[in-house]
Design a protein around this ligand. Structure first.
Ligand code: ATP
Ligand code: MG
Length: 402
């Protein structure tokens, strides 16, 4: 009976949650989400992407399951379902329901029954059956003998749920609901500049800013020849691996050697790290004002290393008037590592490469830094000149998904 029906889903249904809460902005958020889905799909499949009654419908030319998996990683999405479509009429829906169940059962264990239910949603209230009536009708039709199919009907928390969404002309059927990451579409909250080192934390911080709707650019500081090309390449590779979440980004590579040598030669040794970080902050602030970033993002976490005590973070943050977002501020290292593994940056970050923070590293860095000491130390060198020359030496790289 189901032979003539398509063997694979031909569409992807996308559900988004939080977007709907955004009141007057809803239209803007939805358009951004559609746009971001199109961008993410570009390298893998031609696909039509449309807004439909509070859902997004994707019609790919083939590779539907791959498209669904790719779309899972677009921020702002709750769940994604590869789906089959039929006209909104009882007979074709019943026939297709059997086909979709067959498909789902193919990957279920065979040594025990799978718990199952049908769940109908009616966007089209003209349909001649209520949702509950129709659930039973479909179940009776596709499972005249559940035991023979190794299926047990269970309404609460079943392992398998056949979803049926009845719409004006078309009905969608699906069993899979792949989880998205939630969040908000990249770009809807504005543009930020992430200070990206080769470490574990800052790539995770960048990912979290993207997840909350920020479009991210990166800035990194590089002290050649104390730090070699492989360190720079490592940061670039990290930025590239984040392009899965935001397909295109800008990376500013800042020459930082003169800054570090100057601080080494003229400032109290214990304050070096805090002063390096204050210079990073200043340079990032100038780039932000010039190129239009609304905030800086760092991977700082309270108390994680000597430079991240409350006092030192305060000294560092005070170097510019830019707002500084610290998405990891209350995370334990393990929590950050879990995310780094999940998003695929951990292995790259774990490659041992020196970072400019280790250049001329003080033997005993100050723990409770004082702003007056920072200012006194900086009075001994030409802060403005150093910032200006660093800005003049910026290299700007466009990072794209591989
Ligand atoms: P990470 O793992 O991100 O390097 P960390 O725990 O090693 O963080 P620090 O090295 O003190 O901590 O750096 C704190 C933050 O300062 C980093 O998360 C990053 O945002 C920024 N930062 C440090 N070094 C650099 C660098 N060379 N280029 C750009 N940003 C940097
Ligand atoms: Mg670091």
């Amino acid at each position: 009976m189901t032979e003539a029906l398509p063997s694979a889903p031909d569409a992807v249904l996308v559900r988004y949650g939080e977007l709907a809460l955004k009141g007057g902005n809803r239209g803007m958020f939805e358009r951004a989400l559609v746009q971001n889905i199109r961008r993410a799909l570009k390298p893998i499949a031609r696909a039509r992407v449309e807004l439909r009654q509070g859902r997004i419908a994707i019609f790919p030319e083939g590779r539907t399951r791959q498209v669904a998996r790719r779309v899972q990683d677009v921020f702002g999405i709750k769940t994604v379902s590869p789906a089959w479509r039929v006209p909104t009429e009882v007979e074709p829906i019943l026939a297709m329901a059997g086909r979709v169940l067959d498909d789902a059962m193919a990957s279920r264990p065979t040594d025990r029954p799978t718990t199952f239910r049908v769940r109908t949603r009616r966007a089209d209230k003209r349909f001649p059956h209520t949702s509950t009536e129709f659930d039973c009708m479909v179940a009776d039709h596709i499972l005249p003998d559940p035991v023979a199919r190794n299926v047990r009907i269970q309404l609460k928390d079943p392992e398998l749920e056949l979803g049926i969404e009845l719409r004006d002309r078309e009905t969608w059927l699906f069993c899979e609901r792949l989880p998205g990451h939630g969040g908000l579409p990249v770009g809807t909250l504005g543009r930020v500049l992430t200070l990206l080192s080769g470490g574990i934390d800052s790539p995770v911080a960048a990912w979290m800013a993207m997840k909350r709707g920020c479009r991210v650019s990166y800035i990194t500081y590089h002290s050649y020849p104390y730090i070699g090309e492989p360190s720079k390449k490592k940061v670039l590779d990290l930025a590239r691996s984040l392009a899965r979440w935001q397909q295109r980004a800008r990376l500013y590579v800042t020459p930082f050697t003169e800054v570090q040598e100057t601080i080494r030669d003229s400032a109290p040794e214990g304050y070096r790290t805090v002063l390096y970080r204050r210079m990073m902050q200043r340079i990032a602030a100038v780039v932000s004002r010039r190129d239009g970033y609304a905030a800086l993002v760092t991977g700082e976490s309270m108390g994680q290393v000597a430079s991240q005590t409350l006092e030192n973070m305060t000294c560092i943050g005070a170097a510019s008037s830019m707002p500084v977002l610290r998405p990891l501020v209350a995370f334990d290292k393990e929590e950050t590592i879990d995310i780094a593994r999940k998003i695929g940056t951990f292995d790259l970050s774990a490659i041992p490469e020196p970072d400019c923070c280790t250049v001329f590293q003080p033997k005993s860095p100050v723990i409770h830094g004082r702003l007056e000491e920072c200012l006194a130390a900086e009075a001994q060198f030409d802060v403005e000149g150093l910032v200006q020359r660093a800005i003049e030496g910026l290299e700007v790289i466009t990072v794209e998904e591989e």
